[in-house]
Design a protein around this ligand. Structure first.
Ligand code: COA
Length: 430
């Protein structure tokens, strides 16, 4: 049972409604506060602001819980696949056999890019970062589907657009990789499943098909699945923000790719490997780096550690760490960077600096080591994250577009700049 909160401001008392989510999350609804009192709330970085109500993903950061549509991530990681999870997130339910077949068929039917898009790939310089190519190409793809401008969310139309985006983002990513290495592109093969097809497009040679080891396919599928959604993070909030203006799905998700790129978000998996490589090259076993990460003046952070929401072990990190051990053992890879990562983790978890701040490994700490073992180059790590996150972005896009009130997202600010100034002609300026 929720009760109202009372707020005293300038001698007046305001009654603010409260609400409780299905998992007991409690919120004070301040949406009428400015109209009633002239005050806004200030929450830089949104650490304490609920921007929406959502039915997609639940996280309890203190307990280390993550659930997609109510299903624990551990169960999905063990029993499900990325495509099934994409259906779960976007359509709101696990698919039955017929639904899964329909969704998989839609992915296959929409996997090819328009041939004319090849010209766009040719326009990028050889060493363009694939995240730049990915975001540009998602928007470029939309130019070939004028029907995308219809954002009415008609069921059939929406499903085709969602499948097209999920399927083509994988094709774009593989083409971007081939382009950046000066290799001929590999077209998708309709007979292959989603993740196997991606590995084929990435690594098959004109004279030799990429051998699809089921454990390698499963490891990459797991990485996609674990990244599929994560509540209102920076990129998902960006997607929702853009969607609130009624922009189309491709435009909204291309914005998500840009937000994901930064090293404090999706770029962290690349940053982790760079950090481990740097530690290895310097001959440090991790101890010196830990000390630097504790020192605010060093400019170093222990990448892959800490999280805005998790103040406990990220449940995805536990799953990835186990998968990492299994994949490396299966591929008979002895990676010194994995040894350094384990030492860093062990040392950090004993350090008061990290304990007091509740800094634990996040999903990025071990995912890069798996990707490296699969032969995925460093600059593609964040792209892999983006492919995985696409279903989550689309699910959130859908939620925004189907919101009956449908108001544009438009935060306010506390202005702290100069007060009313006069224009000074250029000759008189100092
Ligand atoms: N290494 C060292 N110190 C860290 C740290 C890290 N990885 N992450 C956070 N801290 C410190 C902060 O400096 C701060 O210290 P202070 O209280 O003495 O000022 C404290 O821990 C709290 O961190 P804060 O910056 O408030 O966390 P945040 O919620 O704003 O940021 C991250 C969360 C994820 C951006 C941050 O932990 C980070 O940069 N981690 C490394 C990048 C990364 O792995 N990102 C992937 C996220 S999935």
């Amino acid at each position: 049972m929720s009760s109202n909160a009372e707020l005293k401001l300038d001698g007046k008392t305001y009654s603010l409604p409260t609400l409780i989510g299905t998992e007991g999350e409690r919120a004070v609804d301040i949406s009428q506060l400015r109209a009633q009192s002239g005050h806004i709330t200030l929450d830089e970085g949104y650490g304490n602001t609920g921007a929406c109500k959502s039915k997609i993903t639940f996280i309890d950061g203190d307990l280390g819980i993550l659930r997609y549509r109510g299903i624990p991530i551990e169960e999905l990681a063990e029993k499900s696949t990325f495509v099934e999870v994409a259906h779960l997130l976007i359509m709101g339910k696990l698919p039955n056999s017929a639904e899964l077949k329909r969704f998989s068929d839609l992915l296959t039917q929409n996997e090819l890019l328009h041939e004319d898009l090849k010209h766009n790939f040719e326009g990028f310089p050889r060493h363009a970062h694939p995240m730049a190519i990915l975001s540009s190409m998602i928007n470029a793809v939309s130019c070939f589907y004028p029907e995308l401008l219809d954002t009415s969310m008609h069921k059939n139309h929406f499903e085709i657009e969602a499948a097209r985006l999920i399927s083509q983002v994988r094709t774009i990513a593989a083409f971007a990789y081939r382009k950046s290495h000066g290799l001929p592109i590999n077209y998708p093969k309709p007979a292959l499943k989603y993740t196997a097809n991606f590995l084929h497009m990435m690594f098959s040679k004109p004279y030799e098909e990429y051998p699809l080891d089921p454990e390698v396919v499963r490891a990459l599928d797991l990485i996609f699945l674990l990244h599929a959604d994560h509540e209102q993070n920076c990129s998902t909030s960006t997607v929702r923000m853009v969607a609130s203006s009624k922009a189309n799905m491709f435009a909204s998700c291309a914005a998500g790719v840009c937000a994901l790129w930064g090293p404090l978000h999706g770029g962290a998996n690349q940053a982790v490997l760079e950090m481990l490589g740097e530690i290895h090259a310097s001959g440090d076993d991790g101890c010196k780096f830990i000390n630097a990460a504790k020192d605010k003046n060093s400019g170093k952070k222990l990448m892959g550690f800490g999280h805005r929401v998790y103040k406990n072990y990220d449940p995805r990190a536990k799953i990835i760490k186990k998968a990492c051990d299994e994949v490396l053992a299966k591929l008979k890879i002895n990676d010194p960077l994995l040894d350094i990562a384990k030492k860093l983790e062990e040392a950090a978890l004993k350090e008061s600096y990290f304990i007091e701040r509740k800094l634990y490994p996040n999903v990025d700490f071990y995912s890069g080591i798996i990707m490296r073992a699969l032969g995925i180059p460093l600059e593609m790590f964040t792209v892999i994250f983006a492919i995985g996150r696409m279903p989550g972005w689309i699910a959130n896009y859908r939620e925004v577009m189907e919101e009956p009130a449908g108001r544009i997202s438009r935060p306010r600010q506390v202005y702290v700049g100069p007060v009313n100034q006069q224009y000074v002609p250029i000759k008189e300026r100092k």
